[in-house]
Design a protein around this ligand. Sequence first.
Ligand SMILES: C[S@@+](CC[C@H](N)C(=O)[O-])C[C@H]1O[C@@H](n2cnc3c(N)ncnc32)[C@H](O)[C@@H]1O
Length: 410
Amino acid sequence: MSDAPRRRRSLTHVGGGVRTAGDAADGDRLARALAVAPATDAPDDPARAHVHGFHTYPARMHPTTAARLVRAFAPSGGRVLDPFCGSGTVLVEAQLAGLAARGTDLNPLAVLLSRCKTRPRTAAELGRLVERATECAETADARRKAKAGATRRFPDEDVRLFEPHVLLELDSLRAAVAAVPDATARADLWLVLSSLLVKLSRQAADTSDRAAPRRTAAGFAARLFARKAEELAGRLAAFARLLPSPPPPAAADEDDATAPATVRPGMADAIVTSPPYAATYDYAAHHALRMRWLGLNASKLTRGELGSRAAYRRVKPGAARETWGRELAGFFQSAARLLPPGGPLVLVMADSAVGGAAVRADEVVAEVGRACGFVPAACASQDRPHFHGPGRDAFRDRPRAEHAILLRRA
Ligand SMILES: C[S@@+](CC[C@H](N)C(=O)[O-])C[C@H]1O[C@@H](n2cnc3c(N)ncnc32)[C@H](O)[C@@H]1O
């Protein structure tokens, strides 16, 4: 086997040429943001640098893309908003660029992750995080050795997903985290627990129903928990060393990008974001396991998630583009209210396929953007493979692409 670092598919950057349209200088900036090296498993890969490498998230933006977009389009010293902040990639890169960062997402797990990554910590806080994690791991280990039973009844999904001894160890870890008195350490430790769940389950990935056979040694879950907490503390410390002093403020809230209650006009100078792709993911379903274990309420996400693949199964293929346009319009209208005239709206979006028909993100964005008070300024596009079998035919004539798109508030 070759020793070359393996390419990762979760960040679907595959290299290759970038086409641009619109204003030449802006197009070049967008192209530079898209043209990043494919992510690999190498430990020093920029895709997993410092806090970016903690916890997986479906359709994460490449950190280098986020860094280049905020540096190219947000005014110096300005405030960046990411209304679909997911795991916080744009917020982290905005802070590193010396910009105030604000994020919203309907997914409560995304909000916890974004807050965890962007909240500055003292060395004492990081020390406490590791201490508390060690205590939780010791409690779980002691319960395992004492053959203590479960602290609660497990739902059938968990019985199917985990080996019995792993389920008991995770249960002990969960109970120990819930009892951590210090709120900051507790919030971090919920995410450490989340970062283990899929790895220790019989599910291959958040976005996959494929079964992954596991044979986990007794005591491994607790050891992994302590190790991941130490890793998180190291990543937070590495991020802190890169931040300007004083660190720019950052905030993340659970909110709907189509009707935000936590962001008001005048609070953002630029929007840099990657909305969900039409009919591609189901964040509520992908994160059901994590939500269950962290006690998070996903009902708002289930009701308001844009682009959800499950919802598009009920949409006739011919109506998919129009439905997606309507969903996006809700977001564009709120973005138009938030930005000042001329303010940049920068989107990273991929084409998708619904019922065998291609939905071209650049075309829908230009059309909907114009109708909602934006002027399309430039676009850069790079071909991307289409992984999901049935949709492949939709891109037979013209390849699927990912786009970085700049619009300005009229
Ligand atoms: C492509 S992901 C963003 C990933 C993010 N850029 C990152 O690097 O992790 C799209 C996000 O939109 C969120 N979302 C879907 N519908 C939403 C809505 N109506 N309002 C706010 N967020 C929503 C999803 O929960 C998901 O986190």
